[in-house]
Design a protein around this ligand. Structure first.
Ligand code: ASP
Length: 601
């Protein structure tokens, strides 16, 4: 990091970064400041590793140089804050420390001052061990963030966002802020509500995304907008979700799908290249249906094969009930050939358990042997069926095949889920670089089994491709696109509806009648009546993007002050109860003035 150390104006505390104590300063006097990373007493000398944002430098307190400061050096403890000056010297070859950038040099202290003492930290900064629990890390996040890897993660995030900004600025995009206190603009999750004191009984919502505002900015004529936007979704706890998170939000006017895709490919190529990842554009595209069929997921990791193969036709008419029954009921049998991989029985049984976790009723494993199958169920399949399955799966002697039967998307989804889980475990991903792929041609609507209603798969402001047939919403395709990086969704967006009548039609399909549409989205429908240009955009999850670049599994590691996995903040104690008077002022006490709308509107 030292080579990117910013210019440092000299002052009383320091004139040199710790990480900058290098060759060119040998023989010169420097002043450095930072935190005591480590102290070692050695044969009458005190060695201090001093740490600032740019790195670590070794200070030597030698009574021969100055007894006054030697005492001070002796008193220092981890995490005390120190300013020290002295001459930079080259270390003896046998004491060079290759672990740190300044390891060939040290500063012989001739003056020092303690700027701040520190209590013993609840966990070590230097020598931090991964057993330190998340609760403890977040409770003292300012200490956790002192660790160089955390500093680096936060810096990577900063650089990512800076590169996004600079690219979009260069393309004529304006960064425009949209409100945080607003009316709810649903993206399918629950809103966080903020009670209004001045309008008692009414509530603001925190935005789930700036979706409707960015569309209105297009109506307003800004043409190219972006924002690093805070978004809020009050979702049930799921692994690695944060109730507040950051999106790079983009919207453009007078564009079709190709314009948005090509701008975003250049944006990605630029940003990734600045972050040290080279990718080729244009990115490949895959339709939603093909992604589900071949990879069992709408986030296909296309760095490796082992695709899902449809075996339904091979098995049509089979005597084996577990397959035959599913096929007769309109379902599918699908399989993946995982290549030569002899596993002990316990592990094969373990795979069946994993498939069940993914929603499977069962899973069949089989080895290709002597042109047929070696498998617990082999005796139920004819020789022809076994040979046909091997052929369809491209199996050669010793290959392991996993097979599932269910409705087509469910069966593919189970195998797709296993494929993703097994990718790392079985080292299936070759070092051939990154895979960025657009998933396009999304269905416009999806049937929600629970409520027996159509819901918008992206969001209801997404334009259909071509005419919309209100009698057959299931067949409609959306002008929507997702960008998937190595199997992770980086972002998604769509071309929007710019015709208010079409917008009303879409609302009607998802069960929002005229009255409700006017009540909830009247402002958007009205804006669309005043000359809305064709427009579209996209949003990227900045936290996930930064985590991937920094090499962390959890987005919490690239957020300075995240919530725990259970949605609270151990540092500040949020969320917290509030005092009665505060509630009273908001009209939220039992006897207060809160008015509520009847649930049915
Ligand atoms: N508003 C969408 C989201 O937050 C993104 C978009 O359609 O631009 O996912």
């Amino acid at each position: 990091m030292a080579d990117r150390a910013p210019f440092l104006p000299e002052n009383d505390y320091r004139d040199t970064w710790c990480g900058g104590v290098l060759d060119d300063l040998v023989g010169k006097k420097v002043r450095v400041a930072g935190w005591v990373n480590r102290r070692r007493d050695h044969g009458g000398l005190v060695f201090i590793d001093l740490r600032d944002r740019t790195g670590i430098v070794q200070l030597v307190f030698d009574p021969a140089d100055s007894s006054e400061y030697f005492e001070l050096g002796h008193a220092l403890r981890p995490e005390w804050v120190l300013s020290a000056e002295g001459e930079v010297v080259r270390r003896d070859p046998e004491t060079v420390n290759p672990e740190i950038g300044t390891g060939e040099f040290e500063v012989r202290v001739s003056g020092a001052r303690i700027l701040s003492e520190a209590e013993t930290p609840p966990f070590e900064i230097e020598g931090f061990r991964s057993e330190v629990g998340e609760e403890a890390r977040l409770r003292h996040r300012y200490l956790d963030l002192r660790r160089p890897v955390m500093q680096e993660a936060i810096e990577i995030r900063h650089r990512l966002v800076t590169e996004m900004r600079s690219f979009l600025d260069g393309e004529g995009f304006l960064e425009i802020e949209t409100p945080v206190l607003t009316r709810s603009t649903p993206e399918g999750a629950r809103d966080f509500l903020v009670p209004s004191r001045l309008h008692q009984g009414s509530f603001f919502a925190l935005p789930q995304s700036p979706q409707l505002f960015k569309q209105m900015l297009m109506v307003a004529g800004f043409e190219r907008y972006f924002q690093i936007a805070r978004c809020f979704r009050d979702e049930d706890l799921r692994a690695d979700r944060q109730p507040d998170f950051t999106q790079l939000d983009i919207e453009m006017s007078f564009v079709g799908i190709e314009d948005v895709i090509s701008l975003n490919e250049r944006l990605m190529a630029h940003v990734l290249s600045e972050m040290g990842v080279e990718v080729e554009i244009p990115f490949p595209r895959i339709s939603h249906d093909e992604a589900i069929a071949r990879f069992g997921t709408d986030r296909p990791d296309m760095r490796f094969g082992h695709e899902v193969i449809d075996l339904t036709e091979v098995l049509r008419g089979t005597e084996f009930k577990a397959f035959g029954g599913v096929i007769e009921g309109g379902g599918a049998v699908v399989g993946i050939n995982f290549g030569p991989r002899e596993l002990p029985r316990a592990q094969l049984d373990g795979l069946i358990e994993e498939a069940k976790e993914l929603g499977a009723k069962g899973l069949v494993w089989a080895y290709c042997e002597d042109g047929g199958w070696r498998a617990p169920i082999a005796k139920f399949l004819s020789d022809d069926e076994q040979a046909g399955l091997n052929q369809a799966l491209g199996a050669s002697e010793g290959d392991l095949m996993l097979v599932a039967a269910d409705s087509p998307p469910v069966a593919a989804g189970i195998l797709g889920g296993l494929r993703t889980r097994l990718a790392e475990r079985w080292d299936l991903i070759p070092e051939t670089g990154d895979s960025l792929v657009w998933v396009i041609d999304w269905p416009m609507f999806e049937r929600d089994e629970r409520t027996d209603r159509w819901i918008a798969l992206h969001h209801p402001f997404t334009s259909p491709a071509g005419e919309l047939d209100p009698d057959d919403p299931g067949s409609a395709r959306a002008l929507a696109y997702d960008l998937v990086w190595n199997g992770v969704e980086l972002g998604g967006g769509s071309i929007r509806i710019s015709d208010p009548d079409l917008q009303k039609e879409v609302f009607a399909i998802i069960g929002i009648d005229e009255e409700e549409a006017a009540d909830r989205f009247g402002f958007l429908l009205e804006a669309l009546r005043y000359g809305a240009p064709p427009h579209g955009g996209i949003a990227y999850g900045v936290d996930r993007f930064a985590a991937l670049l920094a090499g962390f599994d959890s987005i919490r590691d690239v957020i300075a002050f995240p919530k725990t996995a259970s949605g609270n903040d151990p540092l500040t104690g949020a969320p917290s109860p509030v005092e009665e008077p505060q509630l009273r002022e908001l009209g939220l006490t039992r006897g207060g003035a809160a008015r509520t709308k009847p649930a049915d509107g």
